[in-house]
Design a protein around this ligand. Structure first.
Ligand SMILES: Nc1ncnc2c1ncn2[C@@H]1O[C@H](COP(=O)(O)OP(=O)(O)OP(=O)(O)O)[C@@H](O)[C@H]1O
Ligand SMILES: [Mg+2]
Length: 308
């Protein structure tokens, strides 16, 4: 069987630790809270935990709390009984909790839930039973809950926008998904993986060292999802087996004014300095981080004056 956590690419210490914690979480039925910026792989992690858990034969049900209108959320979560309201389906309808029975319920964007729903969710998570709208009896459910948010829930608690008791209930095992800019050493491997996934079978192009250096220096506010989008576009627009820096204009213009070439060398310089810092000054290790040979690395250091 393949390891579900192998889908989370990256050998930075942050990712290695994250996979270790994910495996530990998978071995239990504890509630998991996934925190991290948009595009950092929260859903990927939730699915890996489910797939590696004893519940893998059961359903994985995802609900995006931000996408369902407040008025419909209660019925969406907990279901409804026959005749609960006008237009209710005959025989009623099971909610997401019941659908996830025996499996995992993924509550995405849980920070967007309105307060009254937070109270009802607390009860369901705590008691492992739900009350369908209009029903006379509660229904017992056996689900593991994984919640995710890109907002700082602790801060929301302080501002009284998120219930403290629900926060405690969800925050049993908390995993923080690192932003891409915190682990630039993962970029070369991630780019290769994504190009392999996005490209046509057979001839998968690679990034030129300049393009890679540019991407390493970029700040990636949209994280891996943003990178996926850029690479997909580069695959469409790029010609030939090597994707050059000209395919990633946004990465070069982030410093504002100045010519494209100048901001590009600035970005490359930042990549060199950053890699050297992470490698503790070891130039061979820094070159490896950037996917450059030692001689390419030295040549760049001299040209860009980043070696001092
Ligand atoms: N470490 C990783 N290795 C490989 N692919 C990744 C990794 N992290 C994220 N991805 C990919 O990036 C995309 C975004 O990931 P995902 O949807 O899990 O992020 P998210 O944190 O749920 O984002 P959002 O807040 O936008 O919902 C997906 O296509 C996913 O497969
Ligand atoms: Mg998501």
């Amino acid at each position: 069987m393949t390891d579900p956590f192998a889908r989370l690419i990256g050998n930075s210490s942050a990712m290695v630790e994250l996979r270790r914690l994910g495996r530990l979480a998978a071995g239990s039925s504890a509630t998991v809270l996934l925190l991290g910026e948009s595009g950092t792989g929260k859903e990927l992690m939730a699915r890996a935990i489910h797939a590696a858990s004893g519940r893998c034969g059961g359903p994985f049900v995802a609900v995006n709390c931000a996408a369902v209108p407040d008025g419909l959320l209660e019925a969406e979560f907990f279901g409804y009984a026959e005749g609960a309201f006008t237009g209710a389906r005959r025989g009623g309808k099971p909610g997401r909790f019941e659908q996830a029975h025996g499996g995992t319920l993924f509550l995405d964007e849980v920070g967007e839930l309105a307060q009254p729903l937070q109270a009802k969710l607390l009860r369901a998570v705590q008691e492992r039973e739900v009350e369908p709208v209009g029903a006379t009896r509660p229904v017992r459910v056996d689900v593991r809950v994984i919640a995710a948010s890109n907002r700082d829930l602790g801060e929301m608690v302080e501002r009284r926008e998120f219930r403290l008791d629900l926060y405690y209930r969800l925050n049993v095992v908390a995993l923080r998904m690192p932003a891409l800019r915190e682990r630039p050493e993962d970029l070369p491997g991630l780019a290769e993986h994504l190009l392999g996934r996005l490209g046509k079978a057979g001839a998968v192009p690679c990034l030129s060292p300049e393009a890679l250096a540019l991407l390493v220096a970029y700040s990636w506010p949209g994280n891996v999802r943003e990178m996926e989008n850029w690479l997909e576009r580069a695959l469409v627009l790029g010609q030939g087996p090597v994707l050059g820096p000209e395919l990633f204009p946004e990465a070069g213009v982030k410093t504002g004014e100045g010519s494209w070439r100048r901001s590009r060398s600035e970005a490359e310089r930042a990549a060199l300095v950053g890699a050297l810092a992470r490698a503790g000054g070891n130039k061979a290790a820094a070159a490896r981080l950037l996917g450059l040979s030692r001689s390419q690395f030295y040549e760049k250091l001299n040209r860009l004056g980043a070696g001092e």
